[in-house]
Ligand binder design. Structure first.
Ligand code: ATP
Ligand code: MG
Length: 417
C-alpha cells in the first residue's frame, strides 16, 4: 500500500457523524441574527498581508507569531485570514456599503488560520461565527451586540456563562493611561519577556495580554485603564452597563482584559465557559478610518465554534439530530429491486429520506443495515407486494405495521415522515 498522508497538524476533518452539530450551531446563530436584522457576508479566505498588518496590529501575537503568510506566484504577499473582522471591514469599505442606510449589520461564519501551539481548544484552522455592526456609536449597540452572542450561547443550552467586560478608552484618554502604564512597566522592565520589551515602546497595553508567566506576574499590579477614562468613555461605559442591566444580562468588570487585537476602543468583552473563552469582541471606532474608509464607529464579536462544541459536549447538552432515513426499502428479486429503486426516487421528490439496496445484500443483511442506520421505518418489496400493490411499513421503534397502497405514495410519505 502507498504511504498514508495525514492532515496537517492543528487541522481537523469535520466527519459526517459530527456534521449535524455544526449545522445546528450555524442555524441557531443564523436564526438569531435574523431577529436582529443582521445579514450574512462572505469574504475571501485570503487577503493581502497588509490588511492584517494594519487591521490587526503589528504588535499583536497574531501578526508577530501566528499568521500563515506566503508569496503567491505573482510575488504578492498573501495571508490566510487569522480572524474575520479585518476582511469584513475591507469589504465594507471596498464595496461602499457606508453609502447605504446605517447601521450596517453583518454576520459571518468562516474558517480562520493561526500558526499556534496546538493544544486543547487551540487549532491552526478553526472556525468562527461572528458579527460586525458599522455606523453606530451608541452604547445601546454595544449591549445589543453582546446580547446576540449571549442569545446564541443560551439558545444552544449553555448555562454557566460568564461575561467579562472592560473599557479600553479612546485616542483621547488612552495616551494618558499608556504613559502611566509605561512608567509602571519601566520599573519592571528587566523582568519582561523579550517580545514585551519590544512592545514596551510601541504598544505597552499589549504587555497586559502576554501569556508569559513572568509578564503576567508583573502586570498584576499595573495601573488600570478604568482610572484614566475621559468623560466620554466613562459615560459610554456607564450606559452600556445600564443597557445590559435592562436586558438582565449579568457581567463582571475585568480591568485585566485587553484582548489580542489592536483595534479595540471603549467596550471590550469576553464570554467564558467553565473551560474556555468562547467569545471575544468589542468596539473599534477607529479601524474603518485606519483602513482607508470614512470615520465610522463599529462593534462586533467572534465565537469559536470548535470550543463551543467541546463545551456543549462536556456539559452533556444534547444537540438535536434527525434520523438519517425515514424509510429503508428492502427488496426481493430483480422485480422487487427495480420497484424499490423507483419507489425511493418518487418518495424523495416528496422529501422522504429513504434508501434501497445497492450492495447486493440478502434481505436479512439489509434489515440489519437499516437498523444500524437508524431508519424509522422499513419495508420489503417482493412478488406478493408487487401483485397486491400493497406494502407493509414497519415502525422500528415499536414494531407496529402500517399498510399502504403502492399506488399512493403520498400516503406512504405521510406515514413515514
Ligand atoms: P486566546 O486568548 O484564547 O488566544 P484570542 O483572543 O486570540 O483567544 P479571538 O481572536 O478573540 O481569540 O478569537 C475569538 C474566538 O475564536 C476565541 O474566543 C476562541 O473561541 C476562538 N479561537 C481563537 N483562536 C483559536 C484557535 N487557535 N483555535 C480554536 N479556537 C480559537
Ligand atoms: Mg490567541
Amino acid at each position: 500500500m502507498a504511504m498514508e498522508i495525514q492532515a496537517p497538524k492543528g487541522t481537523k476533518d469535520m466527519l459526517p457523524q459530527d456534521a449535524y452539530k455544526w449545522q445546528y450551531i450555524e442555524s441557531v446563530f443564523r436564526d438569531i441574527a435574523k431577529t436582529y436584522g443582521i445579514r450574512e457576508v462572505r469574504t475571501p479566505m485570503f487577503e493581502h498581508t497588509d490588511l492584517f498588518l494594519r487591521g490587526v496590529g503589528d504588535t499583536t501575537d497574531i501578526v508577530q507569531k501566528e499568521m500563515y503568510t506566503f508569496n503567491d506566484k505573482g510575488d504578492r504577499s498573501i495571508t490566510l485570514k487569522p480572524e474575520g473582522t479585518a476582511s469584513v471591514v475591507r469589504a465594507f469599505i471596498e464595496n461602499r456599503l457606508f453609502n447605504e442606510a446605517q447601521p450596517t449589520k453583518l454576520y459571518y461564519i468562516t474558517p480562520a488560520f493561526r500558526y499556534e501551539n496546538v493544544q486543547k481548544g487551540r487549532l491552526r484552522q478553526f472556525h468562527q461565527c461572528g458579527l460586525e455592526v458599522f455606523g453606530s456609536k451608541e452604547p445601546s449597540m454595544d449591549a445589543e451586540v453582546i446580547a446576540v452572542a449571549m442569545d446564541t450561547l443560551k439558545k444552544l443550552g449553555l448555562k454557566s456563562l460568564s461575561l467579562n467586560i472592560n473599557n479600553l478608552g479612546c485616542p483621547n484618554c488612552r495616551p494618558k493611561y499608556n504613559e502611566a502604564l509605561k512608567k509602571f512597566l519601566a520599573e519592571n522592565h528587566d523582568g519582561l519577556c523579550d517580545l514585551c520589551k519590544t512592545r514596551f515602546e510601541k504598544n505597552p497595553m499589549r504587555i497586559l495580554d502576554c501569556k508569559e508567566k513572568k509578564c503576567h506576574e508583573i502586570t498584576k499590579n499595573a495601573p488600570i485603564i478604568l482610572d484614566y477614562m475621559c468623560e466620554e468613555c466613562d459615560t459610554h461605559f456607564t450606559k452600556v452597563k445600564e443597557y445590559l442591566d435592562m436586558l438582565e444580562i449579568s457581567y463582571e468588570i475585568d480591568p485585566g482584559i485587553v484582548r489580542g487585537l489592536d483595534y479595540y476602543t471603549k467596550t471590550i468583552f469576553e464570554i467564558l465557559t467553565s473551560d474556555f473563552t468562547v467569545c471575544g469582541g468589542g468596539r473599534y471606532d477607529k479601524l474603518i478610518e485606519e483602513l482607508g474608509g470614512p470615520d465610522m464607529p463599529a462593534v462586533g464579536f467572534a465565537i469559536g465554534i470548535e470550543r463551543l462544541i467541546m463545551t456543549l459536549e462536556k456539559e452533556g447538552i444534547e444537540i438535536p439530530n434527525e434520523n438519517l432515513f425515514d424509510l429503508y426499502i428492502g427488496a426481493r428479486g430483480e422485480e422487487g429491486s427495480k420497484c424499490a429503486f423507483k419507489l425511493a426516487s418518487s418518495l424523495r421528490t416528496l422529501g422522504v429520506k429513504c434508501e434501497t439496496n445497492h450492495m447486493g445484500r440478502s434481505i436479512k443483511a439489509e434489515m440489519k443495515f437499516a437498523n444500524k442506520l437508524g431508519a424509522a421505518f422499513t419495508t420489503i418489496l417482493g412478488e406478493d407486494e408487487l401483485t397486491s400493490k400493497k406494502v407493509n411499513l414497519k415502525r422500528m421503534s415499536d414494531g407496529e405495521i402500517f399498510e399502504a397502497s403502492l399506488d399512493n405514495i403520498e400516503v406512504i410519505a405521510k406515514i413515514v415522515r
